[in-house]
Design a protein around this ligand. Sequence first.
Ligand code: HEM
Length: 503
Amino acid sequence: MATTRLLAKLRATVVGFSILIILTVAHVGAAKAHLDFESSSPSNKAELNKSIKKITLTFTNPGQPVGSGIVLYDQDGNQRTTQLSTPDSGQTWVVEADERLRSGAYGVKWKVAAPDSHPKSGKLTFSIVEAGTSSGPADSSPTSTAQLEEALTEVVPVAAQWVRWLGLAFVITGCLTSVGGLIILVFVIAGRPPELRRLLNTVRLGAAVVIGGTLIQVWADSSLRQEGDWFAAIRTGNVLEILGQDGYVWPIALRLVGAVLLIAGLAMKTRVAPSVAQPRESSETFEAVDVARSPLALVGAVGLLISFLFDGHTVTTTPRWLVMVSDVSHVLAAATWTAGLLFLTIVLFQRKTSKQRYDGSYMAIRFSSLASLSVALVGLSGAAMAWVILEYPSQLWTTSWGQLLVLKVLLVTVVSAMGTYNHFRLLPLLKSDIHVDLSSRSMDANPSKTSDAGGLLSVATVDVGKDAEIASQRLLRTVAFELVILVVVVAVTALLVNAATVT
Ligand code: HEM
């Protein structure tokens, strides 16, 4: 009966996943390319000899004016009344002045939101000398256009950009902890019930951090559109405006709903792990969390995972299939690696402080193969993403985005080197311990009797177990250090994703 119910739940989960993924693929497949300024009429710095009434701005892709929008200024820095219209759903914007523009200098300041939600801004200037007049450019000495220049100067809301970065860093940290945490709970961890409860709480905390980070990011994005005005940013109309922005709502909704489902779906359901996980003290039983019993949590985790397909440079990069496959596998592998290190650190640290045996063998051995796979996948998928995002290899050292990526790869190399040390130096020591445990399993495969086997073996393997305990202590030190470096990697990743363009 229990198996049938579990199968039904798993079926429902698979159907839920499939619908979510089909919807995502359909939407992301339709995502548009990056928006950039293409041309204008009159062109930048043009000198015209007759009055005009309309200025046309053309972009590489459709976008919407945001914040101050598209504004026309005259030579004295005064804003002119205009009408905005677009003949082709946002790719071309026509600025029509209420009266003809006569001799003088003029400037247009524009801020348009790209499909991937990063607003782009720019300006252009031109001058008019109508035939038979002596005013205008003849008069446009540097001092006479100073007010126009001042009006066109863009106020960069630096604080809002940093708050957006912070929100993104929270979102990434929370997603890696909660999605990766579930994977690690299923495939790696065997522990005492209080340890499992703490890890489940960490997964829930990760999901809560995603919610907080997402809200911070929306606030900062709205503030960026309002020229850094934090109060205007939370006005309902402005929040709705940003949420209505093409494609913006998808990652936000997936993160909020995904995190709520994950928190709601996680019930503390455990089952006894195989005998190999038993510690030597016969009175104790190690357990593992059975996440398959929480389909809601799994759906939430998938929502969080695919939310990354909707922001960052991956939204605007082609070929779509390569971007999507590498993005999902990158985040999945990064989550497994990061959460694995975090959870091992938590369990081993808790055992150290409560003066219990480390018993790290079982977890370390299982994590080691998963970590090797994750490192390979993270490197491959990360390289694939860098390859599609960068136009020229030289951007790796000539642009700040490229330099940040190089820094990220260097940091990851350090962590991988420490992982290799764990694999080749510590794991053999830990394995020598677990080897005896495995033989105990073949002696007695009945989990109900495992405590007897565990008790017997604790006498037989006391020396080997001591080596493994020392190795476990060292393991705690190295995984904690690796974790600290990965936190910096996450901060750098948030900078990469936060950058509007590869410049
Ligand atoms: C050799 C190693 C790595 C390379 C080459 C690499 C490369 C990249 C690139 C190019 C991006 C896209 C950035 C953007 O959208 O502007 C990215 C995103 C990301 N990386 Fe890495 N990365 C590596 C390792 C890692 C590690 C170890 C982690 C985990 C801590 C990680 C976590 C992420 C996350 C969460 C994203 C965001 C994905 C998105 O926004 O779609 N990466 N990485």
